[in-house]
Design a protein around this ligand. Structure first.
Ligand SMILES: C[S@@+](CC[C@H](N)C(=O)[O-])C[C@H]1O[C@@H](n2cnc3c(N)ncnc32)[C@H](O)[C@@H]1O
Length: 312
């Protein structure tokens, strides 16, 4: 069975969903306001003759008429970063303030890390972690091009992440004992990336879904432990499988001190609520506060995003 057919009962207008999954994804850039204002970036693209339209829901996100933003000089100089449109949601949900201490648990290659640095005005401490050393090179390259200076890069398994390396640093404003906010943009079965990568489902198996859900539970649990009481943790994936998304949230609600908070996506961006029942399994009703993003709603990739508050 084609894995996406599993979701016929969840998705309104399933034909439109399937048709959207078969269309290639628009090429999108986000303005890096650490280096250029939105207005200045637009002027530079106009001067280069690059055809684009501004996203309906974010003034700093542009859909390009042609693929490949990497050859334009505003991109080369770090005014722009190529980032899938829907992937801008988690950093907006996390909403960090300048000066805070923020952890990006699964950071590479850095679309969301660099967006977080931008939202933090490059102030405070942003820790970008990934367990894949090769992918960390891309993160460092992107951070350098975008002019980010508040980023520390670590290479740990996020499930056992240690704050020790930060405890005795004299170059930090204070001892880092807990994060103010953490983002878990988790490794997943990637069903929602089918528009970008038509092979994404070729090796889909339920064993992989279950295995990766287990990793997500471990990382999310550690993120909640490592964040101060009252702090925020955002969990996101680019997949539709409830065995990952809602089941992972349901698990951490029982295992860790946290609550799922309501969070409104920006005006003009349509989502569906998390599902509370799937294949005979019921989940905590609070998972409804999570957002499911289906490709036909906003002409994006598929996505899942939830905002949690640490309570103890
Ligand atoms: C969805 S990708 C992250 C994308 C990234 N947030 C971005 O916006 O560019 C998931 C990442 O999790 C990393 N990962 C997988 N297992 C991990 C673990 N146990 N600890 C830390 N990172 C892990 C992968 O190497 C991969 O880079």
């Amino acid at each position: 069975m084609q894995p996406l057919e599993r979701y016929a009962s969840l998705v309104d207008d399933f034909d439109a969903f399937r048709a959207a999954c078969d269309r290639p994804l628009p090429s999108v850039v986000r303005v890096n306001t650490l280096k250029a204002s939105i207005e200045r970036a637009r002027e530079a693209l106009d001067a280069e003759g690059v055809d684009y339209e501004v996203s309906d829901w974010h003034p700093g996100i542009f859909r390009l008429a042609e693929r490949g933003p990497g050859t334009s000089w505003p991109y080369f100089h770090g005014w722009l970063h190529g980032q899938e449109e829907v992937s801008a949601l988690p950093a907006l949900a996390l909403d960090p303030d300048p000066g805070e201490v923020v952890w990006d648990a699964c950071a590479a290659p850095g679309s969301k890390t660099t967006q977080l640095a931008d939202l933090m005005d490059d102030e405070g401490l942003l820790v970008g972690n990934d367990n894949n050393l090769g992918r960390l090179s891309a993160l460092r390259h992107n951070a350098e091009r975008l002019g980010i200076t508040n980023l520390a890069v670590t290479n740990q398994d996020a499930r056992n992440f240690s704050l020790k390396p930060f405890g005795d640093r004299t170059d930090l404003p204070e001892r880092v004992e807990a994060f103010d906010r953490a983002l878990v943009d988790a490794p997943c079965s990637c069903e929602g990336t089918i528009r970008k990568n038509p092979d994404a489902l070729d090796r889909w198996t339920m064993d992989h879904v279950q295995g990766v859900a287990g990793i997500q539970k471990g990382i999310l649990r550690r993120a909640i432990q490592a964040t101060r009481v009252g702090g925020t943790v955002v969990y996101s994936t680019c997949t539709f499988a409830p065995e990952e998304n809602e089941a992972v949230l349901d698990h951490v609600l029982t295992e860790a001190d946290c609550e799922i908070r309501e969070w409104d996506t920006p005006d003009g961006f349509e989502t569906d609520p998390g599902v509370t029942e799937w294949n005979g399994t019921e989940y905590d009703p609070a998972v409804e506060r999570a957002h499911r993003v289906y490709p036909h709603r906003n002409d994006t990739g598929g996505f899942f995003c939830a905002k949690l508050e640490v309570t103890g």
